[in-house]
Design a binder for this molecule. Sequence first.
Ligand SMILES: Nc1ncnc2c1ncn2[C@@H]1O[C@H](COP(=O)(O)OP(=O)(O)O)[C@@H](O)[C@H]1O
Ligand SMILES: [Mg+2]
Length: 256
Amino acid sequence: MAVTIAVTNQKGGVGKTTSAINIAYYLAKEGRRVLLVDLDPQGNASSGLGIDKDNLDATTGEVLLQTTELAVAVKATDYKGLSILPTTSHLANVEAELANVQNKFTRLKTALQSVDGYDVIIIDCPPSLSLLTINGLIAAKFVILPVQAEFYALEGLGQLLETMKLVRKGMNTGLELLGVLPTMMDSRTTLSNQVHQEIVKHFGDKVFQTAIPRNIRLAEAPSHGVPVGAYDRWSKGARAYKAVAKEIEQRLEAKR
Ligand SMILES: Nc1ncnc2c1ncn2[C@@H]1O[C@H](COP(=O)(O)OP(=O)(O)O)[C@@H](O)[C@H]1O
Ligand SMILES: [Mg+2]
């Protein structure tokens, strides 16, 4: 069975989608069969992988509404071993609709249980502690928490950890924090380094050894619809995500 990892933080702009895309890409490059689930109505993971959102038969929304099979909605990408369950802004309406259905918290879990053929499933969560995010946390075994190395980085995390605790008490007792990923580090600035220290003080060895630097290539790649590894594989950003993917492999191996 696939191991499922939710990339989550209710703050926007902290590097969730960038991390989800590039971790998925490098895990696939290492030979894993990877499914990236776009669970954010903004659909940035879909466009970041070059998906033409105007030409989709089905999306995450229909899968959650159970009007289509997951396998029908999944798209192959240009990268060997990497598929995506794409999303459009329609998912925002679906979320409102889901509020009134049965099993609204376990729709994603149920859908993901029905597929095989993947080693890893990465869920790119929206920037909120919404019904969609709860679906992500209930479907996942692990959480990766990207934290932007800037002022206020730790603010709001208490709420997320509290939500994880509730999910653990209720519908997903096995949910685990796999790692905390400092993003957009600028190691030349005192602030970035101070925040990094704060993150380590708070999360200890849950923090990945690799921190993701602020790197223009990471910001440029999505506008070309490609992972950074396909855009500029020698860039600092690409090398950092490759290293993080390796750490993830090691942590998963250690937990097996
Ligand atoms: N390490 C980085 N260096 C530079 N820009 C980044 C980096 N990580 C993300 N970005 C850019 O910052 C913005 C927010 O990142 P994104 O991954 O979309 O965050 P989230 O999914 O948490 O909202 C995007 O424009 C993205 O291209
Ligand atoms: Mg995002």
